[in-house]
Design a protein around this ligand. Structure first.
Ligand code: ZN
Length: 153
């Protein structure tokens, strides 16, 4: 890939997700073409464009087997089944996250302020964090199942 092609790809990525691009660089980085090649269209839309999968569409929503949920973008371990609960929203929900796994950012789209969360290793969008979760944290990490890969314990 020559320099011009790379620059155009980087530019396209910046426009596609201006908020994440502003975050800087991650340990795992890929060109837009590489992301598109490794992800389905639905996965790309959520993980790289901060889209939201349709509620109830992920088989992981009702998955309560013991195991770890990894980032689809870089395989980093993100969430444990120990912290999963049924929020009734139609999206996989957790009240806590594994240490050093995610970064958060203020999301001011949709006429409200929400807390966005993404993988701290590759920057892939995961979902949002709300303050209406169960004890002990009171948090609800509302995630897109397409961003996750479940590995049974
Ligand atoms: Zn990742």
């Amino acid at each position: 890939m020559n320099r011009r092609t790379f620059s155009l790809a980087a530019l396209a990525t910046a426009f596609a997700r201006p908020s994440l691009a502003a975050e800087g660089t991650f340990e795992v980085t890929r060109t837009d073409a590489q992301w598109r090649a490794m992800l389905t269209r639905a996965q790309y839309n959520v993980m790289r464009e901060e889209g939201t999968e349709r509620a109830g569409s992920s088989p992981l929503d009702k998955n309560y087997a013991a195991g770890i949920y990894h980032c689809r973008g870089c395989d980093q371990a993100l969430y444990s089944s120990e912290h999963k609960f049924d929020s009734g929203t139609g999206w996989p929900s957790f009240y806590d996250v594994l240490p050093s796994a995610i970064e958060t950012m203020e999301d001011n789209r949709l006429f409200s302020t929400r807390t966005e969360c993404h993988c701290d290793r590759c920057g892939s969008h995961l979902g949002h964090i709300f303050n209406d979760g169960p004890a002990p944290t009171g948090l609800r990490h509302c995630l897109n199942g397409v961003s996750l890969v479940f590995r049974a314990a």
